[in-house]
Design a protein around this ligand. Structure first.
Ligand SMILES: *Cc1c(COP(=O)(O)O)cnc(C)c1O
Length: 397
């Protein structure tokens, strides 16, 4: 356990669990199982086995030489989460949680998904472990993401189109939570980012920290020292906290989280709660969030569907409050430019989410000395985004 969880389930004043009683019973049950199994050698050996043989870990910490030369300053290293099976970091957490479900004797896994990435990762692991899989998705999202619905179905999952309210992610979350509260003794609710009520932020951080542990050791092996900066994009915050947590005590390492600045902070069309939000309670936990005039979560915008969320992980909220990390924004336009730059200088098409982190490195590297280095978490690959970028460039959307 990281030393930042001082009081159970809290990161400073953030986190906690603000949920109705039936759901709290489910969360207590989950917490107890997690605390037990995460210490078991056989559990960890099994997880290690699948991360190596199925996910393809460890992935490289790649020195982006041409990008570095082009920028003419600090060395840029890319942590290649894009090379994982299914093309992003989400699988690290999903493998961990599905194994936990298996240990708990549960055969049914549920999850909710907006853009579909987490649903696909969950369906993948469930297929591999022979688990029943139900994915809740707002009906509107099932139409927008028809290909991801088909992917999940190919993988044997059942996709439930939720027809309440605005028929998007919020309603899908509500439906999944209701299912979980009713069925937790035989159902595991697999949460996809470092958000939600305790114990989820702690569980997700635990399973994603493999990113930072590998990156730290790989950087020391290559450079004989720690990096000067570590940079990751922040949606809910799972790929970022996975990179950041193992560097928490390395005070000389500057930690930077990149939020989606969308069309600009002044337009209100962004998803940058750490930069432009305020503390509040959303989806059962306390964090920085974007609030509307009524105090409810405000509507958000980002060119990157995976970053488009009005709240953020409680641990990031805490890192900000104590000044351990700095949180900045990158606009849609800057992210799209970085998408092209990385593709052309390194032959790596990044996810639009990850392009936000790349864009920040591109911004700061030129003014840093050549002996310094920056690790950028390349959270995912951009194959999923090629059509969207095509449409933006051709103004068809
Ligand atoms: C989902 C996703 C993200 C955002 O989620 P976090 O929990 O903030 O990491 C970032 N990058 C990629 C490639 C994603 O699929």
């Amino acid at each position: 356990m990281s030393k930042v969880d001082m009081q159970k389930g809290y990161f400073g004043e953030f986190g906690g669990s603000f949920v109705p009683e039936p759901l709290q019973a489910a969360l207590d049950y989950l917490e107890q199982a997690f605390e037990q199994y995460k210490e078991e050698p056989e559990f960890n050996e099994e997880l290690e086995y699948y991360l190596k043989e199925y996910v393809g870990r460890p992935n490289p910490l790649y020195f982006a030489q041409r990008l570095t030369e082009k920028l003419g300053g600090a060395k840029v290293y890319l942590k290649r989460e894009d090379l994982n099976h299914t093309g992003a970091h989400k699988i690290n957490n999903v493998m961990g949680q599905v194994l936990l479900a298996k240990r708990m004797g549960v055969k049914r896994v549920i999850a909710e998904t907006g853009a579909g990435q987490h649903g696909v990762a969950t369906a993948t692991a469930c297929a591999m472990f022979g688990m029943e899989c139900v994915i809740y998705m707002g009906e509107e999202d099932t139409r927008r993401q028809a290909l991801n619905v088909f992917r999940m179905e190919l993988l044997g999952a059942k996709v439930v189109a939720v027809k309440d309210g605005a028929r998007t992610l919020k309603e899908a979350v509500d439906a999944a939570l209701m299912d979980y509260a009713q069925n937790y003794e035989n159902t595991f609710y697999l949460l996809g980012s470092a958000v939600g009520p305790h114990p989820y932020p702690t569980i997700v951080r635990h399973f994603q920290s493999i990113i930072g542990r590998e990156a730290r050791a790989q950087h020391i092996e290559k450079e004989n020292r720690l990096p000067d900066y570590i940079v990751a994009c922040v949606g809910g915050g799972s790929n970022a906290i996975g990179l950041f947590a193992p560097f928490f005590d390395d005070k000389e390492v500057r930690i930077v989280g990149v939020e989606p600045g969308g069309k600009g902070l002044l337009t209100g069309q962004h998803a940058a709660p750490l930069t432009a939000g305020e503390p509040g309670i959303i989806h059962g936990f306390k964090c920085y969030m974007m609030k509307g005039e009524d105090g409810e979560p405000a509507s958000t915008h980002s060119v990157a569907a995976g970053l488009d969320y009005p709240g953020v992980g409680p641990e990031h909220s805490y890192y900000k409050a104590i000044g351990r990390a700095e949180y900045v924004t990158i606009s849609d336009e800057e992210a799209l430019e970085a998408f092209h730059t990385l593709s052309q200088t390194e032959g790596i098409i990044p996810a639009i989410e990850s392009s936000h982190a790349v864009a920040y490195a591109i911004k700061i590297a030129p003014s840093l000395p050549a002996e310094q280095s920056i690790i950028v978490n390349l959270s995912g690959r951009g194959d999923k985004d090629v059509q969207q970028v095509f449409d933006i460039m051709h103004n068809t959307k």
